[in-house]
Design a protein around this ligand. Sequence first.
Ligand code: FA5
Length: 345
Amino acid sequence: MNNMQNLIETTKQEFISALKKVNSLDELEAVRIAFLGRNGKIGALMDTLKKASPEEKKGMGSLLNELKEFAHHAYEELQQQLQGQKLKKELAKHSSFDVTAYKKHTSSGSLHLYTHLIEKLENIFISMGYQVATGPEVETEYYNFSALNIPENHPARELHDTFWLTLPDYLLRTHTSTVQIHMMEQKKPPLAIVAPGRCYRNEATDATHDFMFTQVECMLIDKNISIAHLLATAKTFLQELFDKKDLKIRVRPGYFPFVEPGLEIDASCPFCTNGCSACKKTTWIELLGSGLIHPNVLKCGGIDPAVYSGFAFGMGLERLAMINYGIHDIRLFHSNKIEFLTQFS
Ligand code: FA5
């Protein structure tokens, strides 16, 4: 056996013993590079053969090709075997995965009816040039009553069953009209604000009364503001809210100490023309307490009533939603009942 033949045989034995030690695809790849790669051992034998005599080339060439074929074949066989083992291991990990299995229904979240309505109202007012304002829910007696022309011992205080805090003069606001004074103090007219927020009244709850509810306050102050501005704004707002361009409004006298004159604004029933359960068969729905801001209130807010005038109106959001969606009990709003909430998603 000549030298070249020896080398070929040794390389073959080395290759076989290297393959025997392989346990993974990575190790197999290392063996491939070492023997079959560009600079591998079999490649090196090829280079040596190039320099051999023509006779040597004849005999050794076929031997070397046999080695190459043998190595390729052995490599591919082991590669398939190892890939099969790897796949088996992966499948074993997911053996409990069943594509036909029943998937438990998962429900996605949605906006609460409050959020949905407040966003709708805010967008209507923003489109009319109003700014969204907020005020504190824990208020002082001054902002909730005195500054709104409801002095101590005024009978109107009795109408607002108040949650008083243990801190003297502090309470949970009974209405969002408090935001009027905060805004007058913070900004100069012209002032156009809409203020949605929670209010609290120490009342026994029933289907239409809750101890916590939401009001929305609207206020406009500028020079020469009159009842005409109030009625036009209220009408436009209600038409947009109910998406009814032919919705009409009517006005009745109302009493709120912080406005003069005070008006109750009703809307023609958006759901019928000749009486239904929403309008209690009257074709009209009571919606807004309103009026021109009392000069005493403007003064408390630091605004001169000889120069400026303004209007304000307020409404209860839950009662509005109850009419709109036929909700029979106000307490459902914060009952956290999924069946109730998902109806509005
Ligand atoms: C007021 O609170 C006035 N601040 C409204 C106002 C603003 C008048 C600006 C004039 C100018 P009233 O007490 O009527 O008004 O309450 C307004 C609305 O809040 C009611 O129509 C009702 O929809 C809602 N509301 C009042 N009390 C409760 C309650 N206990 N539960 C649910 N909603 C209530």
